[in-house]
Design a protein around this ligand. Structure first.
Ligand code: HAM
Length: 437
């Protein structure tokens, strides 16, 4: 319990995104929306709270996420609930619950939102983090996989990211994976005593996860283990070859990484990650893959699916590091009024400009001219509008171009039109960039 008057801080692993941070977040979201919509994806919003069983059944009851990382609690009357650690399970649940499979064609859905995992916080790893994700449900054609990856490459290109790598693999299907697991278990039996403690445990519970181990000393041993890509059934092999062929056709660069198995159990066939050299240890900007049996696992009809989730926190870090996006556009206008008698005219002008979508700030107190100009330049507005008693009387206000210093008198009724016209022209080089909001 915190003592009275003691500062209450944010919860470990969560963060406040302050006004200085959010423009970049918004720009990433805007760009994602534009790219997704060009590929005919539509937005879906699912709840943050779900029944715990949803994740146990889909992500897998032996995975790190479900065994160690979920925020789970018993609700008074709804049983065990969990703050979603990811959204694929929720999207598939919603797809089944609302019979979206009855709609014509495949469903292409995207989402933005917070996810929760109780991991050890570090740079790029948080307990509340944000994902930008997309799911395609109702088709298993390899062209869908290739199209998803092409779309991701386009989004990263649009965000100006260059230093990223697309890693792909196939983890087989319910037919060939059990066969591979037998072979893997057999090989693990021979080497497991030389592996780290976690891997010894995983060898028994979830042997695929051994391939994902990051412990340096284990690497040469793991490299020698049999690879799933060499044990695919003919159908999975054909699917994977078709995906890689299509990627080449579409000019999407990739690398096949046979050890890429991902940390969630629902995956089948194609799996992928994009990593960035601009990030530190947590270098996966996004991950995803195919999950052909998931709908049935959740009580739905057969509906093959594929999707991905971008870690938005990490994407923003890479975009910042690549510093590819222009700074946010500051406000267009600042209204300075001098003397109580001018308050109403100034307030009405602010109201009008804002209704015209011209970004405007106004002083709350009457202000001296010098101070007003100081405030206007701090805000980096392109125009300051000065309203004194004389201006109210004449109905003509002073409009000052903060870049050039030029000042002119404009009739009150024409200011909105005047500013709109001017804001269409680029700001003079020496002045700060400003514009319509
Ligand atoms: P995931 O690999 O668990 O996949 O997460 C996707 C991305 O979310 C990661 O690559 C990473 O960028 C970000 N991420 C994960 N955990 C954290 C964390 N603690 N802090 C910051 N960022 C994090 C999924 O969630 C799947 N649902 C992806 C998917 C969609 N597969 C098919 N459809």
């Amino acid at each position: 319990m915190s003592k009275k008057n003691e500062l209450i801080q944010s919860v470990k692993g969560t963060r406040d995104l302050l006004p200085a941070d959010t423009p970049l977040w918004q720009r990433v979201e805007d760009e994602a929306r534009k790219v997704f919509e060009a590929y005919n994806y539509r937005e879906i919003r699912t709840p943050v709270l779900e029944q715990t069983a949803l994740f146990a059944r889909s992500v897998g009851s032996d995975t790190d996420i479900v065994t160690k990382e979920m925020y789970t609690f018993d609700d008074r009357d709804s049983g065990s609930l969990t703050l979603r650690p990811e959204a694929t399970a929720s999207v598939v649940r919603a797809y089944i619950e609302h019979s979206l499979y009855n709609e014509p064609g495949i469903q292409k859905l995207y989402y933005f939102g917070p996810m929760f995992r109780r991991e050890r916080p570090q740079k790029g790893r948080y307990r509340q983090f944000y994902q930008i994700g997309a799911e395609v449900l109702g088709g298993d054609h390899p062209a869908i996989d290739a199209e998803v990856l092409e779309m991701l490459a386009l989004l990263l290109e649009r965000l100006g990211l260059k230093e990223f790598k697309l890693l792909v693999n196939s983890v087989g299907c319910s037919k060939c994976r059990p066969e591979y697991l037998k072979v893997l278990r057999k090989s693990l039996d021979e080497v497991k005593s030389r592996l780290c403690e976690d891997c010894q445990r995983r060898s028994n519970t979830n042997p695929l996860r051994v391939l994902d181990c990051k412990i340096e000393a284990d690497q040469p041993i793991i490299e020698g283990l049999p690879k799933i890509i060499d044990h695919l059934c003919p159908e999975c092999r054909q699917h994977f070859d078709a995906v890689t062929m299509e990627l080449k056709q579409r000019g999407v660069e990739f690398e096949v990484v046979p050890r890429l198995v991902r940390g969630l159990d629902y995956y089948t066939r194609t799996t992928f990650e994009i990593t960035s050299g601009l990030l530190g240890a947590q270098n996966a900007v996004l991950g995803g893959g195919r999950y052909d049996g998931l709908s049935e696992m959740l009580g739905g009809p057969p509906a093959p699916g594929i999707g991905f989730a971008i870690g938005q926190d990490r994407l923003v870090l890479t975009v910042e590091a690549a510093s590819s996006l222009k700074p946010a556009q500051p406000l267009a206008a600042y209204i300075a009024w001098m003397g109580e008698a001018t308050r109403e005219a100034a307030t009405m002008l602010a109201r009008e400009l804002r209704r015209e979508r011209i970004g405007t700030e106004i002083s709350y107190h009457p202000i001296k001219l010098r101070k007003a100009m100081g405030a206007a330049s701090k805000l980096q507005v392109r125009y300051a509008i000065i309203i004194g008693e004389q201006e109210v009387e004449s109905g003509n206000y002073q409009v000052k171009d903060m870049g050039t210093g030029e000042q002119q008198s404009v009739s009150a009724g024409e200011i909105a039109g005047f500013l709109k016209e001017k804001l269409r022209e680029p700001a003079p080089a020496a002045s700060p960039v400003a514009g319509q909001q």
